[in-house]
Design a protein. Structure first.
Length: 149
């Protein structure tokens, strides 16, 4: 008869460990995490920012973004918007009691300069005084400028 004491002394695994399955799963997970940024679409409007050597990141505590794609369409808060609606939305944004309110314009690098000037004028018409045009730094350039002593 088989007793409980025999069950405790039984060894389930005997022999050498085979690490090939564990290594294969590890490599598959590693490849998945490395390629996940290329497999999943990035949310937002696809815009190719102009590359400037001294481009500084535009950010702030109360920062809003207006995106202008290569066709000149306006996007505010990830939604397609008309020129008149943008002025209304930015007027509402400007009435908030925040002195650090910042509006960042992300314009595609192939956008006509005339359209960029129109968007800038719309923002000024809405009463926005703190505007920045977002660029991306050149490859190999530091994101932040060196500190001055």
């Amino acid at each position: 008869m088989f007793s409980f004491r025999d069950k405790l002394q039984h060894q389930w695994f005997t022999g050498t460990a085979d690490f090939a399955p564990v290594g294969s799963v590890f490599l598959l997970v590693l490849i998945f995490f490395l390629l996940q940024s290329h497999l999943a679409p990035v949310p937002g409007v696809p815009v190719e920012l102009p590359m400037i050597e001294s481009g500084l990141p535009a950010f702030g505590p109360d920062c809003q973004v207006v995106v202008v794609d290569r066709e000149g369409r306006l996007f505010y808060r990830q939604q397609l918007i008309t020129d008149a609606a943008l002025v209304r939305q930015l007027s509402d944004f400007n009435t908030r009691p925040s002195e650090q309110a910042l509006l960042v314009i992300q314009a595609d690098r192939s956008l006509r300069l005339e359209r960029l000037a129109e968007v800038y004028a719309l923002c000024r018409q809405a009463g926005i005084t703190h505007l920045k045009l977002q660029t991306r730094p050149a490859i190999g350039q530091p994101v932040f400028p060196p500190r001055q002593p």
